[in-house]
Design a protein around this ligand. Sequence first.
Ligand SMILES: C[S@@+](CC[C@H](N)C(=O)[O-])C[C@H]1O[C@@H](n2cnc3c(N)ncnc32)[C@H](O)[C@@H]1O
Length: 353
Amino acid sequence: MNEDLDLEKLSKYSLDTWLFKQGEMVSLVIHLGHRLGLYRAMDGVGNTTAENLAKSTECHERWVLEWLRCNAAAGLIKTSDGSNFVLEPEAAAVLSQSDKPTYAAAVFANLKPIEVIDGIAEAFKTGIGLNYDGQGDGSEHAVEAMCGPMSKALLVSQVIPLLNGVEEKMRTGAKVIDVGCGTGLAIELLAKTFPASTFIGYDPSSRAISVARERFSSQENIELFDLGAESIPSSADADFVMTLDCLHDMPRPDIALKAIHGALKTDGTLLVKEIKSSSNWVDNLRNPVLALMYATSITTCLSSAMSDTDTLGLGTLGLNPELLLAMTKEAGFTSFLQHKVEDPTNLYYEISL
Ligand SMILES: C[S@@+](CC[C@H](N)C(=O)[O-])C[C@H]1O[C@@H](n2cnc3c(N)ncnc32)[C@H](O)[C@@H]1O
């Protein structure tokens, strides 16, 4: 051992590093609980044992005991004796209840296949990342698992009512475009609430668009294109366009904003939902999951934003309010409003011509 090393610092770096490995391994254990219905079976039951949980989920008791003890060690399930376990209601809102905005357990299903990890390593050499279709089988569902709970909780009930005149227009029949629509969750939420409107989704991910096409196979007021935002025609007839958590993923969000500008009516509205970030990097340190954000950027958002040559390469935290304001001005928009929404991760902007 090198004599010059500060042993306290050494042990801290060592623990910090192994805690990330612990996170990786516990992620798999959370996924198993989600997949096997273990959290759901504990929800609302109060005190339970491995024997009871194994019976109600038709799993093997010894495996269930190890799973319960792992969750207890991770602080996700409570126990005082290692034999009786409780999933507290607040933990259930995160790990069991898929209708809650806090629901997170489904996110842990997406462990990257080796070819995706190889592709990302290659991107460090070539500069060219993987687009969303390059993220492997089922990755489109992982995106919905990540972004969906907040959309379900906030889009219709809180965000749309903040936008000047948009709710009224959609109620009577508006042309709505969802840019970067993914698997179509936001369109589904709006189409249910505003059936008189027509909805068009654009996304270059054919994986995501094929899930959306199945989802809306019998709905005539919904049309989907596996095309990027740059391909939206300048029809000047859309009442409402939204980009939810996707401008920073685009290789050329500046071109996308110009295309959106051309698609909107003169009194139309653009809603942008973007990851909360600051142009002053030090302010971002207040984010308790900042490292998760950057890791997601490397594996997904920056990768998509650099999946071409000649990109802006923004990535997860790359589109802060100042930059978005400058880009919307450049695209020809004149009005820019940031709304207050109870969402710990995202910022919401109302932008118009
Ligand atoms: C984080 S996902 C968000 C999906 C959806 N809006 C939601 O909130 O669940 C980002 C989406 O942006 C899409 N995307 C990437 N580049 C794009 C582009 N040039 N034009 C439109 N969408 C794009 C990806 O394919 C992906 O579906």
